[in-house]
Design a protein. Sequence first.
Length: 277
Amino acid sequence: MKIVKLLNSSVVWAQEQEKEYILFGRGLGYNHKKGDEVDPREIERVFIPQDQTRTGQYAELLEQADSRIIDIAGQISRMAQIQLKCELSPYLPIALIDHLQFAVQRWEKGIHLQNKLLFEVQRIYPEEFAIGEQGRKLLNEVLGQEFPLDEAGNIAFHIVNARNQEQDSSSGFQIVEMIKDILNICQYHFHTEVDVGSLAYSRLIIHLEFFAKRILRKELLADSDLSLLGMIQKQCRQEYQCAEKIKKYIRAGYGMELSEEEMLYLTVHLHRVLHPR
């Protein structure tokens, strides 16, 4: 694997058999030049752009990035991989570098953007938020700044997207926004507080997360065996009425009509939260 371009002391753009790679590793680019062979022992992470025509764009981003930001993004990515124990998008380090670089530039200019979904991120994605908070503390320690808690939420969004294998950071915001709205509909409908620490609540959040993804991808569950629906409507009347309000919200906000299958699952999950065993 030969170096195409040195991007940073820790990042190089390399090529092998006409395939391009971006390689990360402390000191990987030190004392090297274009055309040199890369020592595999020095490679810590390999990024292979799915769209090879965009490799140059990623290379330009990394070339302009602060080496400390690159290192912090790498550490956050490793923490996420270890703590979440799941497959993450290979784009996570790149997305974090891009975000953190811009966040630092805004901070230096005195521009502080509030994360209006901070509370929801903490509640819906506690594991990702915990990693985001570790990343925020690392950022503060390395740069000698004091970024607010909002930044932990911003980092968490990128980790959420990485779990979803998404490149577009807006999807994480949309998912949290939708779950927040649905939970508000439920709270106003039932006029009661639920136990956010319960297993039923966790299951509801997981269901709503996948529900939101299906809405955004326009891939709703198709109707199958709905013999239980009539019985569920009678036994869980209040919950079904709440599901109907959610149906109206989705129709108005996303232009989609929920299938009866989706309505059935929403009703069942709402019932479990309201009537835990």
